[in-house]
Write a protein that binds this ligand. Structure first.
Ligand SMILES: C[S@@+](CC[C@H](N)C(=O)[O-])C[C@H]1O[C@@H](n2cnc3c(N)ncnc32)[C@H](O)[C@@H]1O
Length: 276
């Protein structure tokens, strides 16, 4: 890939999905796009660029975005967030709901940039456990990503056994089914938990995403790290628009809203609350 081609791809990618491609990512981008070139039998990066901008190459954009996104994730990643949710936020929400108009109305959560589903299924486990103790709690989890490839895997809810080490044993027993084929070392999320999460493709760069209800909790972790500062600020201001007053935003451990002029206050490390 020539420098000029790399510059063209970087500009195109940042415009499509916000992911910045500094020069240090050139080798990575070449390797990832190489797979698409091979799959399509396209001989060069220049040809591929032209193809993706042509009428016949329109459908290729989805595959290119699949290829350029980084999808690393885990069950109970950054576990302190799930402890905070279960021990502090959920009891607080429940007591706020008591005696208010919102009593018994579901809690709306969004896992934005959900990758292969480990994050929203972890949320579903934590909320189901809480709801078991407090049956008045109802919840709905929306999980979105730009990559169709990871969404397909998330919907299937099938994982290698070595991916579930961080899931506590009691939760493994309740929420994971072992494959009957012992040789394959696979587990599947139980149907009730799969039904608790709706997966949908959504590009966070869309200016106008909206939800039918104001959201109580947004998890957007290890996503904005790939965006530049102005893209981060615009996205988080859109999050503020769809969050309910006093709703919560969780970011990844190396992300923050520091320096942004937004109606959020930090309540603990990487957890924010919308100013009501
Ligand atoms: C590193 S994964 C993080 C997964 C999970 N949130 C976690 O912390 O484990 C980042 C995800 O963000 C998604 N992503 C990147 N840019 C996006 C965009 N513009 N719109 C929606 N999702 C995006 C990627 O496809 C990827 O699956």
């Amino acid at each position: 890939m020539t420098q000029a081609e790399f510059a063209r791809f970087s500009e195109f990618i940042i415009g499509q999905c916000g992911i910045k491609m500094p020069p240090s990512k050139k080798i990575m981008l070449e390797a990832r796009l190489q797979k698409r070139l091979r799959a399509l039998g396209v001989p060069s990066y220049g040809e591929y660029y032209r193809y993706i901008h042509s009428e016949s190459g329109r459908g290729e954009l989805v595959h290119m975005l699949d290829a350029v996104t980084t999808n690393k994730t885990d069950f109970f990643r950054e576990p302190i967030h799930f402890q905070y949710l279960a021990k502090t936020i959920l009891p607080e929400v429940l007591s706020e709901q008591e005696g208010s108009k919102r009593r018994g109305s579901p809690l709306f959560l969004w896992s934005a940039g959900c990758s292969t589903g480990e994050e929203p299924y972890t949320l579903a486990m934590v909320l189901s456990e809480f709801a078991h103790q407090h049956p008045t709690l109802r919840f709905s989890i929306m999980a979105t990503d730009i990559s169709t490839k990871v969404l397909d895997r998330a919907r299937d809810g099938i994982y290698d056994e070595d991916r579930i080490a961080a899931v506590p044993d009691a939760l493994k027993q309740r929420y994971l089914l072992r494959s009957r084929d012992r040789g394959r070392n696979l587990v599947r999320i139980v149907p009730e938990l799969r039904a608790a999460v709706q997966f949908k493709r959504l590009n966070l760069m869309e200016e106008s995403f909206s939800f039918s209800e104001p959201l109580d909790v947004i998890f957007c972790r290890n996503v904005i790290i790939y965006f530049d500062r102005s893209t981060q600020e615009r996205l988080i201001s859109r999050f503020c628009r769809v969050l309910r007053p006093d709703g919560y935003l969780f970011l990844g451990h190396s992300e923050s809203v520091h320096g942004f002029d937004l109606p959020l206050r930090r309540i603990t490390s990487t957890v924010y609350r919308k100013i009501g």
